[in-house]
Design a protein around this ligand. Sequence first.
Ligand code: ZN
Ligand code: MN
Length: 465
Amino acid sequence: MAEWEAVVGLEVHVHLKTRTKMFCRCALEYGAHENTRTCPVCLAFPGALPVPNAKAIEHTIKLGLALECEIAEHAVFARKNYFYPDLPKGYQISQYEKPLCGRGRFLLPTAGGDEEIGIERAHLEEDAAKTVHAGGETGRTIGAEYSLVDFNRGGTPLLEIVSRPDIRSADQALRYLRLLRQTIVELGISDAEMEKGTMRADVNVSVRERGENGFRPRWELKNMNSFTFIGRGIEAAVRQQVAAYEAGKTLEQSTYDYDPDLDRLTVHRSKEEADDYRYFPEPDLVPVDPPRELVERLRGELPKLPAARIRRIAKELSVAAADELVSTGNDHKAQLLAERGVDWQTAANVAMNEPDFLDANAAAIAAIVKARDTLTREAYDGAFAAARSVSIDAAEYLAQIAVSDTGELDPVIESILAANPQQVETYRGGKEGVLGFFVGQVMKETGGKADPKVVNELLREKLKA
Ligand code: ZN
Ligand code: MN
């Protein structure tokens, strides 16, 4: 049987973090009362003219630089024409032939070296308003009694990043998305939160036999807003397409919906209804010619990017562990601890599980982590709880040493055993669960300061006799 491979391309949309909308001065505010952040421009009153948001252009160029894109010297806004109630102008202002960012690439570090995902383009556009379908069970058009439109979102600056069809598995798609998201967040250009709708992706999937050139018709999954469903959607598309080809069928390009309950794709729109957007240059806006000085200034502002940090941390941990640490944004805390003498593996574990300590407490936390085995549980947990919000003094916690000195614990244990002859008998009769009772007694007697590991060892020793 033929060996199949997936061919995946992703179009990622993120809301840019700006004070105002893309082409007007309305404030960008999530959760504001419906239709209170609107004006003649974003409501498309006749004669109202758009003015581009300079910050959004800068954010887009920054992302382009991070993805090694060619930055246009001459970018053009274009009208993408289509009708929908959430689009009052009857067109979206986007970019078509001359986007701000052209060809680039994004590198995913792996144990076997970097995987390169080509970037086709990254362009700037405006988001549509939000349609709310009310009265139905699913919140979708079908079954709804009526629909309402909230124009607050209409005109939000939207950055679209289009990858080349270079992705070969659901796993790789997710690694790409996570690292891209972290890069976007660290550039400070977007919160890119899927749950809040500030990041979403269109997923294009086809399959082909290994070694085959060219591409077969693709299926599009639009507006996906969960990493989990993107992964499952890709896997379902691959399964269904392979099954169809192996049954001798031909497929055509269509839009599909992923149904999580059925774990399969159902057709949304077929090719006969394929969009023709009749793009043309936006006559109300002049082209954008980003000055070289601006581009160079933005290049100078780029922070050390996640992929580079993964490569560096992978010298200390596995690439997968480094990827997880960086993609969750927790590597900074691990780094702070490692710099202060905590071994990398421990530093990574602490940073993944307890990343909320203030940077200013790094030295204290490092000292406490290193002394972990000698501290009482209370002291250890207490230090982390406090370190989230106030500056802590390590000495205060390091003083709460667990008693592990056998000379000190011996008499305590002896007297407890002497006071509980019946339990001693029970233990020696084979019911080792009684050990917990003795440990509890020792803890009580020492005010919780005994080292439980040592207490366990001592008790077993003495009860053996
Ligand atoms: Zn407006
Ligand atoms: Mn778009």
